[in-house]
Design a protein around this ligand. Structure first.
Ligand SMILES: C[S@@+](CC[C@H](N)C(=O)[O-])C[C@H]1O[C@@H](n2cnc3c(N)ncnc32)[C@H](O)[C@@H]1O
Length: 503
C-alpha cells in the first residue's frame, strides 16, 4: 500500500487492538482478496463451478461466494456480461447473509448503490416478494439500476430518496431492512487508497450523526417483528457499537440478535459483544461491522400501505373489456409519479393521453403474446413511452422519486413495441419464442458483446412450435440470456446496447 496511514488512525487502532495491533498492521503489506458471488437468479452454484475457468475457493460466510485467484480478471469474461456472478469484496457478502431474506419478503436496501448487496438480496428473493433499493445520491443510482438489470432482477424498484421520506411513505411495511451505512471506510484502506486520503480525525463523528438518522428512519419503516441489519466497512467504535447503542437507547422494542463470536465473526466491543466484526488479521477479507436488530413484535404505529390493485398485466390473455379500463386507471396513477418522461394530462382532461397509453399497452401485449411465455406478471407503469412491470401498484410509491419503478420492458414508438435490454437479461431461454446460444469458448459470444452482426444459420435457432423464424431472438451465452438480436435470412442483427458493450 503506497498511501501513508494517518497517525491519529494508527493511534486509535493501537488503543482498540492492544497487543493484536502488530498482526493487524501487517495485513497492510498483503494484497486484498477478490471475490465473486454467484447470481442464483440465473445459474446454480454447482453449474457455475462446473463452467467457470476461474479457480474458486469458498468464502466461509457466504454459500454463493468464492475467492478469486490473484491476477484473475472476472470482469473480462462473457459470463460476467451474462450476469452469472457479481464481483464483490468477500467481507461485503456477510451482511445480507445475516438478514435472513426468504422468497416473498418485502425488503428495503436503504443505502444500496452500486448494488452489491441488493443483487444478493434479489437472489435470495428468487423473484418472489419485493426489493426496494435506494440511494441518496442520484449519480450513484445509475450504477445501481444497471447492476440490477445486468443481474436479471424482476421484482426490484430503484429509488433516489432521503430515508425519512421512504419511512413516511412506508411506515411499518418492510419485513427486512438493510442499512449498509455511509461510513469513514477505515476497513477499506488496504483496498481503496482514496479512502485513506479522505480520512480526517473528525470523519467518524461526522458519519455517526448521519448513521443515527438513517437508523431512525429504518426503525419507522420496519414491520412489527421485522429484522434490521446495520453494517459498515469501518473500525471506529463510534460508527459501530456507538451508533447501535444510541439506537437501542431510543428504541426499546429492538434488541440485538447475537451473531458476534460465532463462526468467522469476532464479537463487537463492550456490552455489544453480540454484534459482529470481521478483522483483516483474522479472516480473508477487509474490515466490516454488522449488527442484527430485531423488533419484538409489539404493535407499531403506522398507516397501512395499500399494495392491492386490481390492475395486473397479463400478456397472454387478450385484454378483456373492463381489464382495459383498469389499465387506464393504472396509467393515470402512474402519471402521479415523478418518473422520467411522465407528461401531464392535456386539455381534454387526460382522455387523449389515457387512450394513447392504452394503445401503448396494447402494442406491448401484441408483441409479448407472440414472443413470451409464460407471461410476466405485475403492475404496468408507463412513463412517457417507457413501459415497466412493477411489483407494487404505482400509487403505493406516494410520489417518491423512482429511478426505476420496476422491471423495464421496453419502449413503444409509433405504435410498435421495442423490447428493452433488461427484459432480455431477466428471461430464461425457454420463456422466449426464439433463442440462440452462443459459445463463450470460440469468440462468437465476445463478437456479440462487441455489437457485431453475426451470420447464424436457421438450424441454430431454437424456435417454439408455431413461431416464425424471423424476429427478436433471445441471445444467450452458453445457455444464459445476455441480450436481444433480430434474425432474418441467416443474419443476426445485434441489439446489444452500445453503453453495455465489451471494450
Ligand atoms: C457503503 S455504500 C453502499 C454500498 C452498497 N450497499 C453495495 O453493497 O454496493 C453507502 C451508500 O450510502 C449512500 N448514502 C449516503 N448517505 C445516504 C443517506 N442519507 N441515505 C441513503 N443513502 C445514503 C451513498 O451514496 C453510498 O452509495
Amino acid at each position: 500500500m503506497a498511501a501513508q496511514l494517518p497517525g491519529t488512525f494508527i493511534q486509535r487502532m493501537k488503543e482498540l487492538l492492544g497487543n493484536e495491533y502488530q498482526q493487524f498492521a501487517d495485513t497492510y503489506k498483503e494484497t486484498p482478496y477478490g471475490g465473486i458471488r454467484v447470481n442464483t437468479l440465473k445459474i446454480t452454484v454447482e453449474a457455475l463451478r462446473a463452467l467457470s475457468p476461474l479457480g474458486l475457493e469458498p468464502i466461509p460466510w457466504c454459500p454463493t461466494g468464492f475467492y478469486t485467484e490473484e491476477g484473475a480478471r472476472p470482469g473480462k469474461h462473457p459470463y460476467y456480461h451474462a450476469g452469472l456472478y457479481y464481483i464483490q469484496e468477500p467481507s461485503a457478502m456477510a451482511p445480507v447473509e445475516l438478514l435472513g431474506v426468504v422468497p416473498g419478503d418485502r425488503v428495503l436496501d436503504l443505502c444500496a448503490a452500486p448494488g452489491g448487496k441488493s443483487t444478493q438480496i434479489a437472489a435470495k428473493l428468487q423473484g418472489a416478494g419485493l426489493l426496494i433499493s435506494n440511494d441518496l445520491h442520484s449519480e450513484r443510482t445509475k450504477a445501481l439500476a444497471k447492476n440490477l438489470e445486468l443481474y436479471g432482477v424482476r421484482n426490484g424498484i430503484v429509488l433516489n430518496e432521503n430515508p425519512e421520506r421512504i419511512a413516511a411513505a412506508f411506515p411499518g411495511f418492510f419485513d427486512k431492512i438493510l442499512i449498509d451505512a455511509p461510513c469513514s471506510g477505515e476497513g477499506m484502506f488496504r483496498k481503496d487508497e482514496d479512502m485513506v486520503r479522505q480520512w480526517e480525525p473528525e470523519t467518524p463523528a461526522k458519519y455517526a450523526d448521519m448513521q443515527r438518522e438513517i437508523l431512525n428512519s429504518a426503525a419507522m419503516a420496519l414491520a412489527s417483528g421485522g429484522t434490521l441489519v446495520y453494517s459498515t466497512c469501518t473500525f471506529s467504535p463510534e460508527e459501530n457499537e456507538g451508533s447501535i447503542a444510541t439506537f437501542l437507547a431510543a428504541h426499546p422494542h429492538f434488541s440485538v440478535v447475537p451473531v458476534g463470536g460465532t463462526g468467522s465473526f469476532a464479537p463487537g466491543f463492550g456490552e455489544l459483544a453480540g454484534t459482529a466484526r470481521l478483522w483483516p488479521h483474522k479472516v480473508k477479507g477487509e474490515g466490516h461491522f454488522m449488527a442484527v436488530l430485531r423488533h419484538d413484535g409489539t404493535a407499531k404505529p403506522g398507516a397501512e400501505v395499500d399494495t392491492t390493485d386490481d390492475v395486473t398485466l397479463s400478456v397472454a390473455a387478450r385484454p378483456r373489456k373492463g381489464k382495459a379500463e383498469s389499465g387506464k386507471s393504472a396509467v393515470r396513477r402512474a402519471e402521479n409519479g415523478r418518473g422520467k418522461g411522465g407528461r401531464p394530462a392535456g386539455r381534454d382532461g387526460g382522455r387523449g393521453q389515457a387512450s394513447a397509453e392504452e394503445a401503448a399497452l396494447s402494442a406491448y401485449r401484441d408483441w409479448a403474446r407472440e414472443q413470451l411465455s409464460p407471461e410476466p406478471e405485475g403492475h404496468p407503469v408507463l412513463f412517457g413511452d417507457h413501459l415497466y412491470l412493477s411489483p407494487l401498484p404505482q400509487a403505493a410509491l406516494n410520489g417518491l422519486k423512482a429511478v426505476r419503478p420496476g422491471w423495464y420492458l421496453g419502449q413503444v414508438r409509433n405504435g410498435r413495441f421495442i423490447p428493452g435490454h433488461p427484459l432480455a437479461t431477466a428471461l430464461r431461454p425457454e420463456e422466449s419464442s426464439r433463442s440462440l446460444s452462443l459459445s463463450s469458448a470460440n469468440g462468437e459470444a465476445v463478437s456479440y458483446l462487441k455489437g457485431e452482426t453475426l451470420a447464424i444459420p436457421e438450424e441454430r435457432l431454437v424456435v417454439k412450435p408455431g413461431s416464425p423464424l424471423k424476429g427478436y431472438v433471445l441471445v444467450c451465452i452458453d445457455g444464459y440470456s445476455a441480450g436481444w438480436g433480430k434474425w432474418q435470412d441467416g443474419m443476426l442483427k445485434n441489439e446489444y446496447p452500445a453503453g453495455w458493450r465489451w471494450t
